[in-house]
Design a protein around this ligand. Structure first.
Ligand code: 13P
Ligand code: SF4
Length: 310
């Protein structure tokens, strides 16, 4: 039996599902129940009746799944798949950021550890950050850890003062304005779609800014034929696959071949199979931390769209 069939059989036997972020190696989709962005996968984790969730993503995503589904076994195929942005903030530097800016609500991007979430007021993802900040009804907000996403929200909500922590995604940060200008010259008819983790200059010169899933949905609906994508390679791989399979006759070009997140690429069909077979790499979170971090995520659903609505 091939590996894909073996994983599918194990999933059936163990009542397991595989949740997959769209930056993962594309072959993982073959065994996945849901593929999407952080918000969508969090909702799927909260709603599932499965006993086991195998999270094909990075550590903070598997932690969020565990927080939203505390009675399920959540497995991460490679426990070393971290997030360089999430690692830029910890409880200590968060505390000094808060001390320097007292009595202001703290919005925490989901790309952060459970410990950091436990010390923030409300969580957000790239697809609902604007909605979360707006619905806080505060004229000042602290935003951690991604300063670029924070600045993007600031641009959209000029009446709220957003004080950003100085974290960033080293992968998206590599995308430069010059590359956008070059793409405009080389593909004059193409639309340029960008993730809000990119810097402000890049975002301003783009035609659309959205989460990975929003980008994928936008291009499907668009009547344009050529798109330059300024986010991780996994998105472009999936779009070119779907265009071929579904006969969209659309072309997707990655802004720069080096926009690959090494942590996202640590999972494989092999590691998914072994993790599920042995039920290892179980995500565990300290109970007190989990209680506070869950509140931070639940507040996001409270002030935006409910979990059931996706
Ligand atoms: P999305 O929520 O858009 O999937 O982003 C997650 C991420 O890590 C982007 O770098
Ligand atoms: Fe983290 Fe950047 Fe990788 Fe996303 S692409 S998981 S933000 S390091």
């Amino acid at each position: 039996m091939d590996l894909i069939s073996k994983i599918k059989e194990l999933k059936r036997e163990k009542n397991a599902i595989v949740l997959t972020h769209c930056y993962q190696n594309i072959e993982i989709d073959e065994v996945s129940d849901f593929v999407g962005d952080s918000l969508y996968l969090s909702k799927m984790a909260a709603q599932t009746n499965a006993d086991i969730i195998v999270f094909a993503g990075v550590y903070f995503m598997a932690q969020s799944a565990k927080l939203l589904s505390p009675n399920k076994k959540v497995l991460l195929p490679n426990l070393n798949s971290g997030c360089m942005m999430a690692d830029m903030i910890n409880v200590e530097n968060l505390k000094s950021f808060k001390d320097r800016n007292p009595n202001i609500p703290v919005v925490c991007y989901i790309n952060s550890t459970a410990e950091v979430k436990a010390n923030c007021d409300v969580c957000c993802t790239s697809s609902n950050a604007i909605e979360v900040v707006k619905n806080l009804n505060s004229d000042k907000v602290l935003f951690v850890p991604d300063n670029f996403l924070g600045k993007y929200v600031q641009h959209k909500l000029p009446n709220i003062e957003i004080i950003t922590f100085n974290g960033y995604c080293p992968i998206h940060q590599r995308i430069r304005l010059e590359e956008i200008e070059r793409a405009r010259k080389n593909y004059p008819n193409a639309m340029i779609l960008t993730h809000p983790e990119c810097n402000q200059e890049v975002a301003k010169r783009s035609d659309f800014i959205g989460s990975t899933k929003e980008i994928m949905e936008y291009v499907k609906k668009s009547d344009k034929k050529q798109f330059v994508i300024a986010t991780e390679k996994g998105v472009v791989d999936r779009l070119n696959r779907d265009s071929k399979k579904e006969g969209w006759n659309k072309e997707f070009i990655l802004i720069d071949e080096n926009i690959i997140c090494p942590d996202m690429k640590k999972n494989s069909l092999d590691s998914i199979y072994n993790t599920l077979l042995k039920e290892e790499n179980v995500i565990e979170i300290d109970l007190d931390v989990a209680k506070k971090a869950t509140k931070c995520i639940e507040k996001m659903f409270e002030i935006t769209s409910p979990i059931k609505n996706c």
